[in-house]
Design a binder for this molecule. Structure first.
Ligand code: 5GP
Ligand code: MN
Length: 336
């Protein structure tokens, strides 16, 4: 395993680098990737930022977004870039399954693989790891990586600060989750000093819904929310027809699961969506209820203790039924 000092040495001269992040990148995935992108480019490296899929519309204002390439739009070109890369930075994921079609090209690539991430259970594909599952966001780890591992404290441009702020803000639920430490607030203060316009970022992310998105939210709360009082659990399921009816686009379902969790007394919330290719689950919990264990054991996924995701090839009805059938196994912790 490569050490930080060795990596720092190797990055002292311009290199060909690929940065990638997980499928359907969220604010932290894109924010941390663009933050690192700006730094590497400023150091003279040749960088391709390649993501496995499209991303939410509420991120379409991020600085540097014109440099984000979507793998499936030109696989031949991106496979060449991956093959030619001397370094591959893998951000905000630690299992290759999370990058879907890019998994095999990245697995087989000769470049040095650097994983920077905060999820549990790394698969171990990397040559260098900067990993801390107690970190709130990968953007926080990018800040630490540049400041302490690369020892470059003069590095943060306003654009970088904006991207890292976005990553930390979105992964901490706007500085609400338990992961929001004093260190987070100190980093955030520095990022504001460096030019992140915090109020403008909040505006871009949270006040940018389409009318349709809000109506879809209203529809789900009225027609698709089910509370299982016996297990202090709430489920929102979304059918294929719902997605079509409300013309739901990537990002429109972000945050929906939190409404289910916001009901007083609810300790576990599930959002179960019938996406075209598969059923996607998002779980959120309070306290010790282990979302990640439930996703790992039953839904082919994982994540953090209080926020995890998974998927299934079964029908929507079957997945909802399976989720309900799992609840008795957690009765004690759900009703504590
Ligand atoms: P979300 O529910 O927002 O999609 O994801 C919540 C958390 O679980 C995120 O940290 C995300 O990275 C992780 N996660 C989401 N889907 C999956 C999955 O299919 N597999 C794994 N291992 N983690 C996931
Ligand atoms: Mn993250």
């Amino acid at each position: 395993m490569l050490k930080s000092e060795e990596l720092k040495e190797l990055l002292a001269k311009p290199k060909r680098i690929v940065i990638t992040t997980h499928y359907k990148p969220d604010g932290d995935a894109l924010g941390s990737s663009l933050g690192l992108y700006f730094w590497l480019v400023a150091k003279g490296h040749h960088v391709n930022l390649i993501v496995p899929s499209d991303f939410p519309a509420f991120l379409d204002w991020l600085p540097g977004l014109e440099n984000v390439q979507i793998y499936t739009q030109n696989m031949d070109l991106h496979n060449q870039q991956i093959d030619a890369a001397e370094f591959i930075f893998c951000l905000d994921f630690n299992g290759l399954a999370r990058i879907h079609d890019m998994a095999e090209p990245i697995r087989q690539a000769k470049g040095i693989k650097c994983m920077i991430d905060h999820h549990l259970d790394p698969e171990g594909f990397e040559d260098y790891a900067f990993w801390d599952p107690s970190a709130a966001a990968t953007a926080q780890l990018i800040y630490r990586f540049l400041t302490y591992e690369m020892q470059d404290s003069e590095h943060i441009s306003a654009d970088m600060a904006t991207c890292l702020y976005t990553g930390i803000m979105t992964d901490t639920g706007s500085f609400r989750f338990r992961s929001t430490t004093a260190e987070i607030h100190r980093i955030i203060a520095t990022l504001i000093d460096c030019g992140a316009r915090n109020w403008a970022i909040h505006e871009e992310i949270y006040n940018s819904s389409s009318e349709g998105r809000l109506k879809f939210l209203g529809f789900c709360l009225l027609n698709r929310l089910e509370v299982i009082h016996e297990y202090n659990t709430a489920i929102i399921h979304v059918t294929k027809a719902d997605l079509t009816q409300f013309e739901v686009i990537t990002g429109d379902t972000e945050g929906l699961v939190n409404y289910a969790l916001s009901i007083k007394g609810i300790r576990l919330a599930a959002l179960i969506i019938d996406r075209n290719e598969q059923i996607k689950l998002s779980l959120r919990s309070i306290g010790e209820v282990p979302c990640n264990e439930i996703c790992k054991l039953y839904f082919n996924g994982g994540g953090h203790l209080n926020a995890s995701g998974g998927n299934s090839k079964e029908s929507l009805e079957a997945v909802v039924a399976k989720f309900r059938s799992v609840l008795p196994n957690y009765k004690e912790i759900l009703t504590k």
